[in-house]
Write a protein that binds this ligand. Structure first.
Ligand SMILES: *Cc1c(COP(=O)(O)O)cnc(C)c1O
Length: 367
């Protein structure tokens, strides 16, 4: 190792930088972006009004504690605002948690097809990401328990998970929590919680409220349609909120995000419209793509994982190119150890129908 120039801490150069979903399709006039699980309905119109208002006062620093936003979130969920912290996207919070709770030589567990921010955040601290195998593209509580070692400090669980769309029932989440030593931080990432329509699902509020080692991260990027503003929040025990407050940027959430976030969280009817659109088209896509003979992993979120045969002319890579040529931009998920699959977000009715038609054409079974 050269000592003639600055060296990043161990782990940093092992990181495979996150590659965001594509947003353009070269040479195609009309593009449908279905690559980053953004909502096809956009944000609440009230959030856009609130966002525009902030343009009149760009010279002022935002409220570093995001007090009004935390109060609005507290009202929406019945939570104590003192136990909420906001971040520049939940990515920010996941990285802050890693920085606060991981050090060289520690281990943080995530599952095989778990969200890529977990290993990135872990390696950035000098700790080691440990991968627990999944069963049927779903987190496996016993496998996670088996992966625990004396070095484990954090367990990351996306519930539902991205890019698989699968989830763990709350009983399973509680069973996992019971098996964790009390010094292990359990990070429940519930970015898609609003979309889930299952009686046995819970985002984790109750578990956070009744334990000292669980946090729940949420985002404004998905159902609230504010991905561009970068806004997320976390509910946790007072001692974790305190630790993260000490290391976060003093103004980590900007004024436009705060204003739009308050309006968004208060607009229940917009959230309900988004949820209803998703419920309808998630079921439709799962069924119609299944009818084409492609396996679709059952999803409770706002996207589906479509599996392709590893057979020349029909591979995920070729399907991706075909969809791209029609302006249908979906996500390749090789980085998630799913080289034979594509993930598509639930889009507008027009986009959803175009994808199914394109896949049918791709597979040579014109409808
Ligand atoms: C989209 C997503 C997030 C949200 O990220 P932001 O930084 O809030 O935009 C968090 N976790 C998972 C699993 C996601 O898919």
């Amino acid at each position: 190792m050269s000592t003639k120039r600055p060296q990043p801490r161990p782990g940093v150069l092992e990181i495979e930088a996150y590659v965001p979903g594509k947003s353009t399709a070269p040479g195609v006039a009309k593009v449908f972006k279905l690559s980053s699980n953004e909502t096809p309905l956009g944000p609440s119109p009230k959030a856009v009004v609130a966002y525009n208002e902030t343009g009149k006062h760009l010279e002022d620093y935002p409220d570093g504690a995001a007090t009004e936003l935390r109060e609005a979130i507290g009202r929406a969920f019945g939570l104590d605002p003192a136990r909420i912290i906001c971040g520049a996207g939940s990515d920010d919070l996941l990285n802050l948690l890693a920085r606060a709770y991981l050090a060289d030589g520690d281990e943080a567990i995530h599952t095989t097809h778990g969200f890529l921010v977990y290993p990135i955040a872990t390696l950035g601290t000098g700790a080691k990401p440990v991968v627990a195998p999944e069963t049927n593209y779903t987190a496996d509580v016993d496998a996670i328990i088996k992966a625990l070692t004396p070095k484990t400090k954090v367990v990351f669980l996306a519930n539902p998970n991205n890019p698989t769309g699968t989830y763990l029932p709350f009983d399973e989440v509680k069973r996992l929590h019971k098996a964790l030593p009390p010094h292990v931080l359990f990070v429940l990432d519930a970015a898609y919680a609003e979309y889930v329509r299952r009686n046995d699902y819970e985002a984790g509020i109750e578990l956070v409220a009744t334990s000292e080692n669980v946090v729940m991260c949420r985002t404004f990027s998905k159902i609230h349609g504010l991905a561009a503003l970068r806004l997320g929040w976390m509910y946790g025990p007072a001692h974790v909120i305190d630790a993260v407050n000490r290391i976060r940027g003093p103004f980590n959430v900007n004024a436009a995000a705060i204003a739009a976030g308050i309006a968004a969280i208060e607009d229940n009817s917009h959230q309900e419209r988004s949820r209803e659109h998703n419920t309808k088209w998630l079921a439709w896509l799962t069924e119609e793509i299944g009818k084409l003979g492609l396996e679709v992993t059952p999803s409770v979120a706002n996207f589906v994982l479509i599996h392709f045969p590893n057979q020349k002319g029909r591979t995920a890579t070729e399907a991706n190119a075909f969809l791209m040529s029609r302006g249908l931009v979906v996500r390749q998920v090789g980085a998630y150890k799913l080289p034979n699959a594509l993930r598509m977000s639930v889009g507008t009715e027009e986009a959803n129908r175009l994808v199914v038609k394109a896949l049918a054409d791709f597979l040579g079974q014109a409808r």
